[in-house]
Write a protein that binds this ligand. Sequence first.
Ligand SMILES: *Cc1c(COP(=O)(O)O)cnc(C)c1O
Length: 351
Amino acid sequence: MFSDTQSRPSAGMRDAMARAEVGDEQAGSDPATNALCARVADLLGMEDAVFMPSGTMCNLVAILVQTRPGDEIVVDGTSHIFNTEAAGAAAIAGVATLPLATRDGVFSAAQAEAAIRPAARTAPRPALISIENTTAFSGGSIWPLGTVREVRDVARRHGLKAHMDGARLLNAVAATGISAANYAAGFDSAWIDLSKGLGCPVGAVLCGTRAFIVEAWRWKYRLGGAMRQSGVLAAAGLYALDHHVAQLKVDNDNAAALDRGLRAIEGVKFEAATQSNILRFTVEGLNATAAAFVEACERRGVRFRATGAHEVRATTHLDVDAAGITRAIDVAGEVAAAFRRGGAGGSSPAA
Ligand SMILES: *Cc1c(COP(=O)(O)O)cnc(C)c1O
């Protein structure tokens, strides 16, 4: 359960992929891809959409379309754009990234406003504000709708574009009941990932105005992201939207159950409430490093991820069921007890 990127295509999804009606995506004649784009544009309340190989390419293309080299983009300091896209924004779009310090990945309108530089010949031109809903590395936080709107309005007031990295937007929707279109209203660009909780092998869908998508297509093509019989992949996305969206609520509930179980373990500490399908906790109270804790759990068949010296992350997804949650809690409890006794996480394979 260390990441929802580990989700595997279900049997039904593989079947839908095998039966996909296909054409040529580049020529605009792949029926499943066109249907997927129309469906996601509608879901997010946007005019148009383009199918992308990855969420990373959605972020990069949104930045490429809406900035010029030398511009600056404002993001949260724990964001995917800032930390794990190999500085694509700098390397390919030529923009500077201004990371805001946050506790949980959610910044305020006041923070955004203060980060926008006044026009000056000597300063980079602020061009875009990006928010991540839900947040990834800060623990699956859900942006309050009011804050989403306020930050968007700050961008508008200053003539900046507003971008939403909605890799897990549907997890926020599942948790709050607020529609995706409501969250994305007034944003210039927004996207959802198909390969996380939705369980597709690959893909993401980037949305915006018709004019934005025309330019996004040009960049997709330039970057080598244009496909041919992409309907095989798009069919997985359509299948996921039909059959896996309800699962996101289950994933959120499983995460809440895991949270309750882990919180009850002496020495395991949470700094924040678990809001969606990602949990973050520390094992410092066990005198264990995150790496040692994770390794000891893995020896017992449960995979967490070490994300800091003492910080551990867990993610629920459609391949983790209630029995898996119980097992994870039991294993974490056993390992914690072993560390509390001063052992290195209990029996090693040799012991
Ligand atoms: C996973 C993720 C991405 C990147 O998506 P890929 O499809 O893995 O390229 C971007 N932003 C967030 C918040 C993510 O969680």
